[in-house]
Each structure stands twice: as C-alpha cells, then as structure tokens.
Design a binder for this molecule. Structure first.
Ligand SMILES: Nc1ncnc2c1ncn2[C@@H]1O[C@H](COP(=O)(O)OP(=O)(O)OP(=O)(O)O)[C@@H](O)[C@H]1O
Ligand SMILES: [Mg+2]
Length: 118
C-alpha cells in the first residue's frame, strides 16, 4: 500500500501535475488504501493515465472483495465511521479529487474510482 501511494505521486508528476496536486492525489490514494486494509483486509489499487475530450488525467481504482458498505450515504458523510476513527476518509477523498464514484455491494466488495484532470 505504501508503494501505491508513492507510485501515485510519481505518476502524477510524470503526467504533468504540479507537486501540490500530486500530493493531494497521493493523500486520496492513502485514504483508500487505509480503508482497504482496515475494512477488507486486502485488495488492489490500479493507477491509470486517462484521456477524454476535456484533456488528460489520472484515474485510480481501489477495489476489494471485503464486506462492502451497507449505508453508502452515511459512509460519505463527514464523521461517520464504523471503525471508531474520524470518518473523514471517503468525504475527504471526494473533496480532493475531480471525479469520485463508489460502487459497493454488501458481502461482495467495494470499488472506488477517482480521477484528477490536468
Ligand atoms: N473498503 C471498504 N470496505 C468496507 N467498508 C468500508 C470501506 N471503506 C470505507 N468503509 C466504511 O465506510 C466508513 C467511512 O469510511 P471513511 O474512510 O470515511 O472513514 P473511516 O475509515 O471510518 O475513518 P478515517 O478514514 O477518518 O480514519 C467506514 O467507517 C466503513 O464503515
Ligand atoms: Mg478511512
């Protein structure tokens, strides 16, 4: 997971993001990685360069086959945590990124897809 955070920062800088944006993206990856370790035990983080009519960017998919999230609306609220921590991870990730999408199914797992555009 530490590797994913480092790679995210590296790939961002290679893609042309400034240092502070690269750090924001790395912070988002770090929150998603922490959630995977804490709630699912294991999973994967995929980093991709993407392009669209609006320009180029970076996409990150954090996915696991853990327990999933039963109340996604609550999970996206500030200060909601089933793990007795701050509960700022997912809403923070959404604020740090341009695009945020979460798909989860109780018992089957969770996939968070985030993007930052240049
Ligand atoms: N990958 C995941 N699998 C299952 N549940 C998850 C996953 N990620 C988040 N959750 C659920 O969503 C809730 C909110 O996640 P969020 O990252 O916002 O807060 P947290 O991890 O509890 O606290 P913090 O990130 O501030 O330490 C978690 O408490 C947990 O119930
Ligand atoms: Mg968290």
């Amino acid at each position: 997971m530490a590797v994913a955070i480092m790679r995210a920062r590296q790939q961002c800088q290679e893609a042309g993001f400034d240092v502070s944006t690269s750090c924001r993206v790395a912070t988002a990856v770090s929150e998603l990685a922490r959630n995977i370790v804490k709630y699912a035990g294991q999973g994967e983080i995929i980093l991709l360069r993407v392009s669209a009519p609006r320009g180029a960017g970076i996409e990150i998919r954090a996915q696991d086959q853990g327990p999933g999230i039963t109340d996604i609306e609550k999970a996206m609220e500030d200060r909601y945590s089933t793990g007795r921590t701050l509960g700022l991870g997912l809403p923070g990730v959404r604020r740090l990124m341009d695009d945020f999408d979460i798909k989860t199914e109780p018992g089957a797992g969770t996939r968070v897809t985030i993007r930052k555009w240049l």
